[in-house]
Design a protein around this ligand. Structure first.
Ligand code: OGA
Ligand code: MN
Length: 215
C-alpha cells in the first residue's frame, strides 16, 4: 500500500476530530486532483448498462422505488487502477479513524452513483440504529463543473426529528463528506444535470440479525 503523506495524516485527523465532535465533516479537495479526475473519467466512460438502478431495502426484496431513489450505481472493484487507488486511500482513512477513535471499522464498501437530470434520493438513514454494521458513510463528488443552480446537493439533518436540514453540500469535484451512518438522515435533492459521486460505508462486524439497507 502506498505511503500515507503528512498532509493525508493531518486530513485524517481533521476527519476523526470532527466526526467525534459533531458527527460529520466536509472537506474540499480531499483527494489528489489527478485521482479525482481519473475517477470521473472512469465513471463517465463505463460501458453502456454498467450502471444499474439502485434498489432499496434487502427486507423489501431489493425493489425499485421511483418515489424514493432514482439513481444508478456500480460497485467499485480493485481491478481498475483508479478504483483501486480510491480504495487504498479509503483503507488509509479507515486506519486513520481507527487509530484516533477506536471505532473498530473493519472494512469498506463503495459504489459509483450516477444521478441523471431529474433524479434524487429522498431522505433516509444509511443504517438501522443499534443493529447496523454500517457506521461511517463517505460521499465523494466527481463533477468538475457544478453550477449550484443545478441543485443536486446533499442535505444533512441533525436527527430523525429534524424538519430542516442544517447543512447542504453541492457535489463539486474533490469534496468529501463523511458522517455517522446511524445518526444523520440525509437526502440528495433533485439534480438538473449529470451528477457523479462515490458513496461508501465503513463497517463494523454485525452484531444483530438485521442487515443494513442495500444500496
Ligand atoms: C447514498 C447517499 C449521497 C450523495 O448513496 O446513500 O446518500 O450525495 N448518497 O450521493
Ligand atoms: Mn445515504
Amino acid at each position: 500500500m502506498s505511503e500515507v503523506s503528512e498532509a493525508q495524516q493531518r486530513l485524517f485527523q481533521v476527519v476523526a476530530t470532527q466526526l467525534a465532535d459533531q458527527g460529520y465533516c466536509i472537506i474540499e479537495d480531499a483527494l489528489p486532483d489527478k485521482l479525482t479526475l481519473a475517477l470521473y473519467q472512469r465513471v463517465t466512460t463505463l460501458a453502456a448498462g454498467a450502471l444499474k438502478r439502485a434498489g432499496i431495502g434487502r427486507q423489501r426484496d431489493h425493489q425499485l422505488d421511483d418515489e424514493y431513489r432514482t439513481d444508478k450505481i456500480l460497485w467499485l472493484d480493485a481491478d481498475d487502477a483508479a478504483e483501486s487507488d480510491y480504495l487504498v486511500w479509503m483503507e488509509q482513512l479507515r486506519h486513520g479513524i481507527n487509530q484516533q477513535l477506536f471505532m473498530g471499522l473493519f472494512d469498506y464498501e463503495s459504489h459509483f452513483a450516477y444521478y441523471a437530470p431529474g433524479t434524487f434520493y429522498k431522505r433516509h438513514l444509511d443504517a438501522f440504529k443499534g443493529e447496523a454494521n454500517r457506521v461511517v458513510t463517505t460521499v465523494f463528488y466527481l463533477n468538475p463543473e457544478w453550477d449550484e443552480l443545478d441543485g443536486g446537493e446533499i442535505a444533512l439533518y441533525a436527527n430523525e426529528g429534524s424538519e430542516q436540514s442544517f447543512q447542504s453540500v453541492y457535489p463539486h469535484a474533490g469534496t468529501l463528506v463523511v458522517f455517522l451512518s446511524e445518526q444523520l438522515p440525509h437526502e440528495v435533492r433533485r439534480a438538473l444535470c449529470d451528477r457523479y459521486s462515490i458513496a461508501g460505508w465503513f463497517r463494523i462486524k454485525s452484531l444483530g440479525q438485521r442487515v443494513d439497507p442495500q444500496h
